[in-house]
Write a protein of this length. Sequence first.
Length: 183
Amino acid sequence: MYILLAIVVLVVLYGIFLYNSLVKSRQMAEEAWSGIDVQLKRRADLIPNLIETVKGYAAHEKSTFEEVVELRNRAQAVPAGDVAARAQAEGLLSQALGKLFALAEAYPDLKANQNFLELQNSLETIEHEIQMSRRYYNGAARDLNVKVESVPSNIVANQFGFSKRDYFEIEDPANRAVPAVKF
C-alpha cells in the first residue's frame, strides 16, 4: 500500500516538475521574442532619420524612400505573435535598406556626412544585436519545442496546452543577405 502511494506521489511530483519546466521554457521563449522585438523597434525608429539624411542628397530617388518607409510600416503592423510573418517582413525591409545604402554609394558627399555615418554605424550595431537576439530566441524556441515533442513531457504539454514556437528565420534565400553598410 505504501509503495503504491509512494509511486503515485513520485509520478505527481514528476508531472509538476515537467509542467514547471515547460512553463520556464515558454517564458524564456517569450522573453527572447521581446528582445527581438526591442531590436526591431530600435531599427524601425532609426530608419526615418536615415531616410531624411539621404533625402537631402538624393531627392530624385523618391521610389526607394517610399519603399523603405512602406516596408518599415508593414513590418511594424505584423501582429506580435506571428513570428513567421514578422521574419518575412523584416527580411524585405533589410533588402530595401540594402538598396538605400547602395543609393548612398552614388553620392560621395553623403558618404562623408557625419550624421549619415553615425546613423549607418547605429544601424550596423542594431543589425548585429538583432542577429544575437534571433539566435537567443531560436535557442529558447528549440528548447521549448523539444520539451513539447519529447516523451514524457509531451503528455504534460498536451494536457496543459503548451505548443511549439516558430523559429525566427528568413525563408527566401535572397532576403538572407545582410545589407552592406560599409563604404
